[in-house]
Design a protein around this ligand. Structure first.
Ligand SMILES: C=C(O[C@@H]1C=C(C(=O)O)C=C[C@H]1O)C(=O)O
Length: 96
């Protein structure tokens, strides 16, 4: 029982470290989207690009499938990340 508790704590520590890394990567993605917003704003194009979003969603679905994960969950994750990026992009353009 004591061993199981130690294992569980170690595994949760590992999950916490992975989550920290994921947040770093998500922040990096958002910062990059801010730069995309600058480029689109300068060019006068819409922030929302549905064609590009479809590519991102398909990439997530493919990558999830290759990792034996549910591709629909990959699309959902892509949607969340896109929403996060777009929210920040709108702030960048609004604050210009
Ligand atoms: C970052 C972009 O802006 C938006 C956000 C996207 C994303 O988070 O992947 C994709 C398309 C756009 O709706 C982009 O156009 O590439």
């Amino acid at each position: 029982m004591a061993d199981e508790t130690a294992d569980l704590a170690e595994l949760r520590d590992e999950i916490d470290r992975i989550d920290d890394d994921l947040v770093d990567l998500i922040a990096k993605r958002v910062r990059t989207a801010e730069r995309v917003a600058e480029v689109k704003s300068d060019a006068g194009t819409d922030l929302v690009d549905e064609g590009r979003e479809a590519v991102v969603r398909a990439n997530y679905a493919d990558n999830f499938r290759q990792q034996d994960l549910d591709p629909e969950r990959g699309r959902e994750l892509a949607d969340s990340l896109i929403a996060l990026s777009l929210a920040r992009e709108r702030e960048v353009v609004r604050d210009k």
